[in-house]
Design a binder for this molecule. Structure first.
Ligand code: FES
Length: 355
């Protein structure tokens, strides 16, 4: 219920003239979603930057400094909609998601249909939805498992919407996190046909099909999952755009679906695949690229002005890559990302100082 005595402000979206109302105690994102305005978001806790928007006019305030917004971005007029509360009427510049009204966030039980260990520390889960339930998502979006103790665990959907419609199954890639009780449960105790509850689809990471620019996809570890969904979707839709997939992992054994990526490349002249190992061992006998995946992308594409980049992986990779790519001319609006923990085992130390 909305409190009667709180101040209500008006927020206008600069690009499409739509408006919504927000109370002083609400975040802009909460109010927008409540009024069915589809804005991009991810973590909803100030940590990923997916809800970044430009404040064209007006004032906002934060309860605390959100980690994914630098002082410089603040000074340049950017805000994180999942944390910002209004202090005046506002005009903001942000991309509204397409067809938001058609894609409803659902809360429903799902059954684990199948599990398959893909490599030493990654498990695929296939989930079946209740019969007769309509469910739609965009390639690249994620779901939250709602656990009994009230916590949530987020996982990207790894298959394309068309494949889901064919099979009725949602595919996830879970990396085993030693200190993570949920993934430990999935690896060690979960029985087939286990029941879980999910909320989905979530997030603003999806493939933009309104332009012809070449695409770079960059994945770190299990950040491959949403990228896989996007590439399958792009190939099914026969998108006529050059695509280059970079997949960064530590060692050869972490490339848990490289055969699939090789097949994409063999069958589609417009798609290239470059795996990048950051800690290749002698045993790997690795003839390919070494180092950090975003450095490989930056080296191959010195001028990024005419690219679209989609990247998914751990926050430190996303932060280093965003800085690097922007210094090579990539416009903000052409960079799309999904930032999540546990995608990649401990990111190499030197990454922290990159960029
Ligand atoms: Fe706002 Fe992640 S920072 S959704």
């Amino acid at each position: 219920m909305r409190g009667p005595q709180l101040m209500t402000y008006k927020v206008s979206l600069q690009d499409n003239q739509r408006q919504f109302e927000v109370q002083e105690d609400e975040t802009l994102l909460e109010a927008a979603l409540y009024q069915e305005i589809g804005l991009p978001y991810g973590c909803q806790s100030g940590g990923c930057g997916a809800c970044r928007a430009r404040i064209v006019s007006g004032e906002v305030e934060y309860d605390y400094d959100p980690p994914a917004l630098s002082e410089r971005e603040k000074a340049e007029g950017y805000a994180l909609l999942c944390q910002a509360r209004p202090r005046s009427d506002l005009v903001i510049q942000v991309e509204e998601l397409p067809d938001h009204h058609a894609i409803q966030v659902r809360n429903m039980p799902v059954r684990v249909e199948r599990r398959e260990q893909l490599c030493h520390d990654v498990m695929a889960l296939w989930l079946r939805l209740p019969k007769g339930e309509a469910f739609e998502y965009l390639a690249g979006q994620y779901l939250d498992f709602l656990l009994r103790d009230g916590r949530r665990r987020s996982f990207s959907i790894a298959n394309s919407p068309a494949e889901f419609r064919r099979t009725g199954l949602l595919e996830l890639h879970l990396r085993h996190v030693p200190e993570g009780s949920f993934t430990a449960h999935v690896f060690n105790e979960m029985t087939d046909r286990a029941m879980l509850r999910m909320e989905a689809p979530l997030g603003g990471f999806y493939l933009r099909e309104d332009n012809e620019r070449p695409i770079v996809f960059m994945a770190g570890g299990t950040g491959f999952a949403p990228i896989k969904s996007m590439i399958e979707h792009a190939l099914e839709r026969k998108l006529d755009r050059p695509m280059h997939l970079y997949w960064g992992v530590r060692a050869r054994r972490d490339l848990y679906m490289s055969d699939l990526a090789e097949q994409w490349q063999a069958k589609n002249p417009s798609l290239r695949f470059t795996p990048v190992l950051s800690e290749a061992t002698e045993e790997d006998q690795w003839p390919g690229k070494r180092g950090l995946v975003h450095e490989a992308v930056a080296e191959d594409h010195p001028d990024m002005r005419d690219l679209d980049v989609y990247m998914s992986g751990p926050p430190v990779m996303i932060q280093a890559a965003s800085k690097q790519f922007s210094s090579q001319g990539l416009p903000d609006g052409q960079l799309h990302y999904d930032s999540f923990d546990y995608a990649y085992q401990t990111w190499p130390d030197k990454e922290a100082s990159t960029g």
